[in-house]
Design a binder for this molecule. Structure first.
Ligand SMILES: Cc1cc2nc3c(=O)[nH]c(=O)nc-3n(C[C@H](O)[C@H](O)[C@H](O)COP(=O)(O)O)c2cc1C
Length: 184
């Protein structure tokens, strides 16, 4: 079971990371888990140079190349994003744009997500759904939303945030076992 967790918040130990860690804690010990903290990487948005149309790869030589490798390696990809101005974080959005060249290569990977925010998180959720569905990924579960209720609030204000994150992790494992049952 190969799992990639993409931490999309500027805060490495913030609310989003807490939720993503809770989801990951549900994976069995045999799972290989790779963690990527986008805030620690240097990468740009899509050019758009459109060279991928001829090369079949993204030609921008920056840290996103190592994320691409991990995305192709993973069987399950779990995103964690704060809601920022009613959408995913800038880093998650940049990552999404940069995967444009990957057409078809994420197909049938299982995708999951956790989101933390003050309250307006619907568009964030829609962006993540659209990303996974456009890549023909399998959307695993309804994700987890953690409400902080105030600008710099924390998840302790929402008793369901961590519970739903655990449920998200459990559902991803369940779906994996259903799909890959011959490998278990
Ligand atoms: C620039 C910025 C914009 C934000 N915009 C929203 C928003 O539109 N909707 C929302 O619910 N929360 C918004 N928030 C609040 C964060 O999503 C919330 O504090 C979140 O839990 C932060 O996650 P973190 O602790 O992982 O950084 C915003 C925060 C920042 C810094």
């Amino acid at each position: 079971m190969r799992v990639l967790a993409i931490y999309g918040s500027p805060r490495k130990e913030g609310n989003t990371a807490r939720m993503l860690d809770a989801a990951l804690s549900e994976f069995p010990s045999k799972a290989q888990i790779e963690r990527v903290y986008l805030s620690e990487l240097n990468f740009s948005e899509c050019g758009p140079c459109r060279q991928c149309k001829t090369t079949g790869n993204c030609v921008i030589d920056d840290d996103m190349q190592q994320v691409f490798e991990k995305m192709l390696w993973a069987e399950i990809i779990v995103f964690g994003s704060p809601s920022q101005f009613s959408d995913v974080s800038v880093d998650i959005k940049k990552l999404m744009e940069r995967t444009w060249w990957m057409k078809g290569q994420l197909k049938n990977k299982i995708g999951g997500y956790v989101i933390s925010g003050r309250r307006y998180m619907e568009s964030t959720l829609n962006t993540l759904h659209a990303f996974m569905l456009r890549h023909r990924m399998i959307l695993g579960g309804s994700g987890a939303l953690g409400f902080t209720f105030s600008e710099m609030g924390n998840l302790d204000n929402d008793p369901l945030a961590i519970r739903d994150s655990h449920n998200t992790g459990r559902r991803l494992v369940e779906l994996y076992e259903f799909i890959y049952s011959d490998k278990n």
